[in-house]
Design a protein around this ligand. Structure first.
Ligand SMILES: *Cc1c(COP(=O)(O)O)cnc(C)c1O
Length: 368
């Protein structure tokens, strides 16, 4: 072949920059010849406590069934979610992680000649999902690291069909107030779908949680996405969901793979909704860990972006260099230069012990 087969792909696909995931523990262990047990990973906002006991029991009970295809409609999980959140099962879309749900929005509503609006420093998947459909990205400059809703509303043009909003946002941890957010949803043209990505919802104090699920009745153009990857501790199983108007949910369900959520993920997620003590403990310990890291950062003379998630983004100066020094000490965090934050590192809140170890490795890495 004279041409590079890659060139056969549309130019908007070829220009996609790959998503940069957190470095896996096994990879660093191989590179440095370290034991996996000696490494801590605070790079992907996973739950350091694992997952709950009911989830474990349900998974063990389901192992015998994996020769069968999963329930392609995810009936049991949808019923459990519908009951918990007071929505109709027809308003629910399940995904292979909430990342899949976001892709389904793009697949169903974006394409060449259309555009999506999102904020600078917001979750990388919005740009990726938009670009992969040949749609145009409208990235709106951030305000104090967070979403500038006024500027985002003003950026919506005739070709805009989707607005992506992460609340709280990753990697900055910034959060929009409920009133401002609903005013935004009211203000955008009805043609424009507003996706509110609430991946960190379970880590919010109850009084900070916006009642987005209730807004769905008033706003058919609203989509709320959530995940079992973060507080529920099921990142490796891949399961997330969205609430939307039944017609929107129907379109999204038409473009998904028939079995996009695997059987263990379905069983685990259904059980995880009942692991309420586990989620409550995760929430409480995360708050303590956040204070621990903030105090440690303060002692080191560092600034940070106040966060509402299970991570904190610290300003360390030459972030890539500090990241590499931390790796040598067996601590994996996340540089966020690809988010236009070249001086920051995003650090997942770990267990008290992991936080301590991170802080001492950080102190040493800043001195080297
Ligand atoms: C982690 C994360 C997700 C996606 O997680 P899944 O594992 O795909 O459910 C979505 N949005 C934000 C903002 C995240 O940080």
């Amino acid at each position: 072949m004279v041409i590079d087969p890659c060139e056969l792909s549309p130019s908007y696909v070829r220009s996609i920059a790959p998503y940069q995931p957190g470095k896996p523990i096994s990879e660093l262990a191989r590179e440095l010849g370290l034991k996996e047990e000696s490494i801590i990973k605070l790079a992907s906002n996973e739950n350091p406590r694992g997952y709950g006991p009911r989830t474990r029991a349900a998974l063990e009970g389901a192992l015998g069934d994996i020769a069968r295809y999963p329930d392609g409609n995810g009936h049991d999980l949808k019923v459990a979610l519908a009951r918990r959140y007071g929505v109709d099962a027809a308003s629910i879309v399940l995904g292979n992680g909430s990342n899949d749900v976001l892709e389904l929005v793009a697949l169903a509503f974006l394409g060449p000649g259309r555009a999506a609006v999102y904020a600078q420093h917001s979750f990388a998947v919005y740009a990726l999902a938009t670009q992969a459909r040949g749609a145009r990205s409208i990235a709106v400059p951030a305000k104090e690291y967070g979403h500038d809703l006024g500027a985002m509303a003003a950026a919506i043009d005739d070709e805009t069909y989707v607005v992506w909003i992460a609340n709280p946002n990753n990697p900055t941890g910034t959060m929009l107030g409920s009133n401002a957010l609903e005013a935004f949803v009211k203000r955008v043209p009805e043609r424009v779908l507003v996706v509110i990505d609430e991946a960190y919802n379970e880590y919010l104090a109850p009084e900070l949680k916006a009642e987005t699920v209730k807004w769905l009745r008033r706003h058919p153009n609203l989509i709320v996405s959530r995940t079992f990857s973060k507080a529920y501790g099921l990142a490796g199983l891949r399961v997330g969901y969205a609430f939307a108007h039944p017609s929107v949910a129907d379109i999204m369900n038409r473009v998904r793979q028939p079995f996009n959520v695997n059987s263990l993920a379905l069983v685990a997620a259904t059980a995880a909704l009942d692991d309420m003590e586990f989620v409550a403990r995760s929430y409480a310990e995360n708050l303590q860990g956040m204070r621990q890291i903030e105090e440690g950062a303060k002692k080191l003379g560092l600034n940070w972006i106040p966060s509402h998630g299970n991570f904190i983004t610290l300003r360390v100066g030459k972030a890539n260099e500090v990241f590499r020094r931390l790796l040598k000490r067996g601590v994996i965090v996340r540089p966020v230069g690809n988010y236009q934050l070249p001086e920051h590192l995003r650090v997942t809140i770990g267990t008290a012990q992991e936080n301590e170890r991170f802080l001492s490795a950080l102190a040493a890495s800043l001195k080297d």
